[in-house]
Write a protein that binds this ligand. Sequence first.
Ligand code: OGA
Ligand code: MN
Length: 202
Amino acid sequence: MTPLGTPVLANIIDDLVARGWSVQPHFLANSLTLQLATECRARHAAGELLPAAIGRGDGKLINESIRSDSILWLEPGQSAACDEYLAAIDALRLTLNRELFLGLEDLESHFAVYAPGGFYQRHLDRFRDDDRRTVTVVVYLNDPDWCEADGGQLRMYLPEGERDILPEGGTLVCFMSDRIPHEVLPARRQRLALTGWIRRRI
Ligand code: OGA
Ligand code: MN
């Protein structure tokens, strides 16, 4: 244990300061990843996930040529597994505030399912009319055998070039929402994730 609480959180802080992004394989325990994946699949099968929209308020539209995932926003108390995930990200939020004085206030987070062929074109995670989204956090819920041939990589566009991340179950990717353009390359099998945004005060 470091003064930051856990070495993982300390590593994330160091990465965000140095380069604006961090990747942490095995951020979630296998058992929690499995529970979250099972819940995600069950809710998807029950029709609870809906086609994702782009933008917010009046500018909100569904455009399957830009993104083709289906989502369900998380509510605290919906399951023990989701509450455990929310607590893990909240620990990250508190550490970010303590170390970087970001004034982060809350987390919004959703399950996302991409059907085979699904993708999300290059974008930034910050809305034109709402700049509260500060740190993006994505945790993948796929089986650990996801391979290059399955596609679905998260492609980050960095100053030094492109960087592709495989969406392996339990891996956490986080980055500064206003800084890193990114996309989801077409997946060849169903792709599951929990995507969240840690938001600052207005
Ligand atoms: C998003 C997004 C990345 C991913 O939902 O905004 O960019 O790897 N997701 O799922
Ligand atoms: Mn995004």
